[in-house]
Design a protein around this ligand. Sequence first.
Ligand code: HSE
Length: 304
Amino acid sequence: MNKQVTVTIPATSANLGPGFDCLGLALALYNRVTFTAVATPSLTIEATGLDAEKVPTDETNLVYQMANCLFERLGKRPSGLHIQQENQIPVGSGLGSSSTAVLAGLLGANALMDSPFTQAQLLDMATAEEGHPDNVAPALLGGLVLGVMHDEQVHIEPLPIAAQQIIIVTPNFQLLTKDARAVLPTQISRQDAIFNASRLPLLIRALETADYPTLALAMQDRLHQPYRLPLIPGMADAFSAASAAGAAGVALSGAGPSLIAFAADKHEEIVGVVTAVFQQHNLTSHSWVLPIDTIGAQINILAS
Ligand code: HSE
C-alpha cells in the first residue's frame, strides 16, 4: 500500500495589535493536506474548499514547493506524489493560509520520509520561508505563541490564554502582504517603540485573565496598523463600529484585510455591524466566531 500522511493545520491571527511580527493566536479553522507517495514518477495536486480556484495545481503550488525543499535537503524523495488540499481558510486574508501551506509541505514531507527533521528544525525552516514566526509558531503549537528570533532560530514561548470565542470578519478585498509591508516605515520614534513595548505585556496578561476592560488599551499599536488601515476600504470605520457594538479589543489580523475582535459577549451583533460597514464600502465579507485552537498542527499517518 502507498504511504499516506494527512496534516491538519489551524488558521492563525498574527500581531493582535502591538505584537507585530512576534505574537500569534491559533483559531479553530483548518486546512488539511493529504500526501500520498506513489511508485510511478508523477505529481498530481487537487484543491477543494474555500478559495480552491486560487490554489495552483502545478509545481508553483506552495505546499509542493515546501515538500520539495525538504526532499532536496534530505537528498531523497518518493518516486511520485499526490497532494490533496481541503481548505477552510481564505487565501490572502490575514489568517495564515500561506503558513498552513508552508507547514503542511514541510510536516507532510517529513512524515512521509520517516521524520528525519525535528519539530524545531521544521519551525526554523518554515520561519525562514515566511520571514517572521508569528503565524507558523501558533499554527504548529496551537494557542497563543510568542516567537522571538535569535540569529536564524526561533525561540518559541507558548503563553496561557483564557478559552473564549474570537470574532473574525474578512472583507472580500485583495491586499497582498508584500504591499501591506511596503507601506511601513523602516525607522520609528522612541515614543512609538515605548507605546508598543508597554502594551504587549499588558495584552498578554489581559488575554490570560480575560480582562476585557483592559484590552482596548492593550491592543493599540503604532508600528503597523496606522499605516495599513487606510489601505482597506472601511477598515477604520469597522474598528469604531465593532467597539461601539461592544468589542473589547479590535485589531487587523496579520497584515489584513481580516479584522479580529475580542468580546465578552454580543459576538453576533459585532459581526453584524462590521459586515454592514464593509457593505457600505461595497465589500462582501466572510465571518466566523471561532474557538481558539489549542492543539496546533496534527499529523496522521494513514497507511504505510
Ligand atoms: N506579521 C506579519 C505582518 C503577518 O503583519 O506583516 C503577515 O504575514
